[in-house]
Design a protein around this ligand. Sequence first.
Ligand code: NAI
Ligand code: MG
Length: 357
Amino acid sequence: MTGFPQSAISNPRSAICLIPGDGVGREVIPAAAEVLAALGLGLEFVEAQAGFDRFRRAGDAIPPETLADVEAAGLALFGATSSPSEIVAGYRSPIVVLRKTFDLYANLRPTLSLPGAFSRPNVDLLIVRENTEGLYAGRERREGETAIAERVITARGSERIARVAFEQARGRKSQIPNPKPQSLISNLQSHVTIVHKANVLKVTDGLFRETCLKVAAEFPEVKVSEMLVDAMAMRLVRDPERFDVIVTTNLFGDILSDEASALMGGLGVAPSANVGARVAVFEPVHGSAPDIAGKGIANPIGAILSAGMLLDHIGCSEAAHRVRTAVMEMLKAGIMTPDLGGNATTAEVTRRIVAGL
Ligand code: NAI
Ligand code: MG
């Protein structure tokens, strides 16, 4: 993966930190680790704790040792954790703690077509979501009968996320092993769409838009366009194959990326990366899925494709390509977990992907 300071990839890694977390996280992270181990790259793993179970047992949701392991490794594969619906004193969502602690400012969420009736064809896009500010800056308050959330946009935050988006667009290779139809390619290559709502949010999204356009000027080889977020929500459903890289603010990116995940088959298959200057945390988009946890039927593809993103990030693109190809081949053979309409188990899917490497 390109677009980040060299220190993010040149620093020799001692190990990859595995944080299974709660629920199906404990099923899909071992599956992804099995695939990584089977590549024969000599990768090492260290397992670390986080989550609600850990909180109940030990009083902290993410202990200092876990943060130290992530910092030492610089790389983590995170499953999911359960967050209670009611307020629990002392509990903070571990993924939020990781994003804040390591300033993981770029959330990368690719959507790629998978073989199967559950997926749209010819989609290969990447949503680059600002991960630290916007409406999620944590500035919310109540004043009597009025509740206020402040939407914080900074030139620094906008500039660094725009730079990631343009560098991704410039360096990105298609994630789909079988290339798209020739007719679509000219619309797709190295194209960034800046998504905002500057017609209404003139000050905050005005700054975001203006900063992104300034960065765009440094990348004359990348085509740039802009779109209002509501129109984007419609276009993602109507013609997702027209998009390459989409860059947007925190809340818009959160919503659009869940929408986009439906194009590839839903939460069970969608991968993501949270990337900062020194640390990167890769995670399937889904949560702990308490409704299916422990049944052995969780789809490991989201976690396995997240491991593929990790491989790209550390410069092992050939291995990443092998992983994606093995996933595609298995799906072509009609082997899938119940969320995609099949009846295979997590173990069967994992075994098949490992065999296909
Ligand atoms: P969820 O993603 O856990 O589940 C939503 C639906 O998708 C469920 O029907 C589930 O069975 C299905 N699903 C999720 N992952 C799947 C997989 N790998 N294979 C097959 N089906 C899968 O979201 P939900 O139910 O809203 O939240 C459950 C818990 O997860 C909550 O405590 C929530 O706070 C937490 N959560 C944690 C996240 C994280 O740690 N990054 C992200 C989202 C939710
Ligand atoms: Mg979300």
